[in-house]
Design a protein around this ligand. Sequence first.
Ligand code: MRU
Length: 361
Amino acid sequence: MKVNGESLRSIWRDNGSKTVKIIDQRYLPHSLEIIDLNSLNDFCEAISEMKVRGAPLIGITAAYAIADSMQKDSSDSNLENSCNSLSKTRPTAMNLFWAINFIKENLYKINSDIRADKASKLADQLAAEDIQKNKAIGQEGFKIIADISEKKNKETVNILTHCNAGWLATVDWGTALSPIFRANREGLKVHVWVDETRPRNQGGLTAWELANEGINHTMIVDNSGGHLMQRGMVDAVIVGSDRTTSAGDVCNKIGTYLKALAAKDNNIPFYAALPSSTIDWNIQNGLNDIPIENRSSKEIDHISGLDMDGRLETLRIYSESVKSLNPAFDVTPSKFVTGIITEKGIYDPNEEALRQAFGKK
Ligand code: MRU
């Protein structure tokens, strides 16, 4: 997508180079910092400290991490150790485990002397597929927005989104934002209510992406959504997902569930947009079976932003004696989900529809 009119992706390698580059998302929207990842430790830290984030991007970063590690030592033991270290970086995003398993299975089958080359090609392949899948999600989800636009006589369609499920959370295009980017490029009038998404304020990333694409948007605090829905100011909610069960329970950024409840009460469609790599085919019940990451209380009791002189500062906002709990994700049961927008189409959130769509027995 575009940044200051130039195309950019969230992770890439320059032509002919093996060095992986990422945008360090901790500094956005204030400053665009591009860094190199040069070791397994660099990659693991980038994921766990959220220099890169968003389920699809976490998966692709892990794929490049294995490729990088194989260049240095392509033995079985290093393959195993690299995959183990990456698996411990963040527990919830399915795409991380999906990518690790895919690369690992393919590399174990072949001789160690050709693993580095194969791993590199597989990582590029997964990155290219991620872009294609997210673009396709945009085409599918566009139909929903176009339909609402028709019903409103082409008046502005108001979409509420939570967290950042735009191109920064994937290699390119994004999931929940992909239909919105597409609708805007097709000339539909859209406006996005951007949930701030405390504690890490991923809404700032969403607003930055939308501004760069010239899409009308308004930042709101996380508690505003229900109020806006009650007043007819939201036509649809579209969110991403970190892990969706085979029965259609959607795990996403903390606070998503409350948006789904409010949407249900107000008869507003609630969609989750995700590539099939986010679906965990081994589990059905999201509440019981999805591991929910608990992150540091520092994310709650500290806040970063620019001071009056434009310098990035981090401030403590509660006293040290305040205890806090920071679950990073919640689960929206399938009964609150109107549909799941995937690269293959939009499906009902149930086992039969999803298994049939993706040929999973
Ligand atoms: O903790 P984060 O920022 O990695 O969480 C990201 C989300 O919850 C996104 O909504 C999800 O990964 C879908 S991204 C396409």
